[in-house]
Design a protein around this ligand. Structure first.
Ligand code: SF4
Length: 315
């Protein structure tokens, strides 16, 4: 008989509404136009998703200049793009569809709004992340990137000057709160976004991890190394008590025998990781242990985003 193992599954976990919509857009475009359909940047940061879409007929590129069949459609990823990208696509006469998550587009509109009001904008986020590049590219004016608390004192503003901030959608809720507190400590006239920029999916997945991490001998986050929301989930699990919090990018290389001395483990999947990977991991662990699976539910989600009208009309 195998050793018994309690497995706590964080809820909610896995695909968010923006990721579901972006993947569906690529699949619908392939159905309508046939292969290849170009996708600018990984549609979402998940290797399994990207590999499957490649098999269906998607061709992933980083820049529009890599497109060699100009009569094929191109889709922009869920992370959002600078304004220069649709402009370039129009100049190249490309048929393009924009899979930017509506919650990222909301931040783009905030930046435009602050620009109209002539307010300098701080962006809290990670340098070089495609979402940050896209948000910075919504204005021709400078945006001031803050990655950590210590960056705040380097900002070139007067104490009483009116300034505004926005954030990336997939940051750590706790770290971002600390950075915002620091900004408000340094500057007296801070204009905040109308609604929080860290999205519901990021917030819920992090909160769900906190509930379980404290008592888990191991905590596994299924997600890719280049996925911001996956990396944040690992940090949250560590910060909330699970010293063995590990990102699993490739389940095939995972050895369940690392759990030989464990009695309770936690598992989640990032917003860009499909549920099938959770099943695959459970199956692999279940070959060596008798699993007692406990579904935990921090929050029930019921958010769905429609695909853009332009693509709906085309299909
Ligand atoms: S993580 Fe949030 S912002 Fe990013 S695609 Fe999902 S819902 Fe949209």
């Amino acid at each position: 008989m195998n050793k018994k193992l309690d497995v706590y599954l964080a809820g909610p976990r896995g695909f968010c509404a923006g990721v579901e919509r972006a993947i569906l857009m690529v699949q619908e475009a392939i159905k309508k136009y046939g292969a290849p359909v170009y996708v600018r940047h990984e549609i979402v940061h998940n290797k399994y998703v990207v590999d499957n879409l490649k098999e269906e007929g998607a061709v992933f590129i980083e820049e529009l200049s890599e497109i060699d069949q100009l009569d094929r459609p191109v889709i922009f990823s869920a992370h959002g793009v600078p304004k220069s990208v649709p402009e370039e696509a129009a100049n190249m006469n490309l048929l393009y569809y924009d899979a930017t998550c509506p919650l990222v587009s909301k931040i783009h509109r905030e930046v435009e709004n602050f620009e109209r009001k002539n307010l300098p904008v701080i962006l809290i986020g990670h340098r070089n992340h495609p979402e940050v590049i896209g948000t910075m590219g919504q204005t021709s004016k400078d945006i001031y990137l803050v990655e950590k608390k210590e960056d705040v004192k380097e900002l070139p503003f007067e104490k009483n000057q009116q300034i505004a901030y926005v954030t990336q959608t997939t940051l750590s809720v706790d770290d971002t709160k600390d950075i915002i507190d620091e900004i408000k400590l340094h500057f007296k006239n801070v204009v905040e976004p109308k609604k929080k920029d860290i999205c519901y999916a990021t917030t819920n997945r992090q909160e769900a991890v906190k509930d379980i991490a404290a008592f888990s001998d191991f905590f596994f986050v299924i997600g890719s190394k280049n996925s911001s929301n996956s990396l944040r989930l690992v940090e949250v699990a560590k910060n909330y008590g699970s010293s063995n919090a590990i990102l699993i990018d490739d389940i095939d290389t995972f050895d369940p025998m690392v759990l030989i001395n464990a009695s309770k483990i936690g598992i989640t999947a990032s917003a860009s990781s499909p549920e099938v990977l959770v099943s695959k991991l459970l199956q692999k662990i279940g070959e060596k242990f008798d699993l007692n699976i406990i579904e935990s539910e921090y929050e029930k989600e019921n958010t769905h985003f429609k695909i853009p009208q332009k693509l709906k009309e085309a299909i």
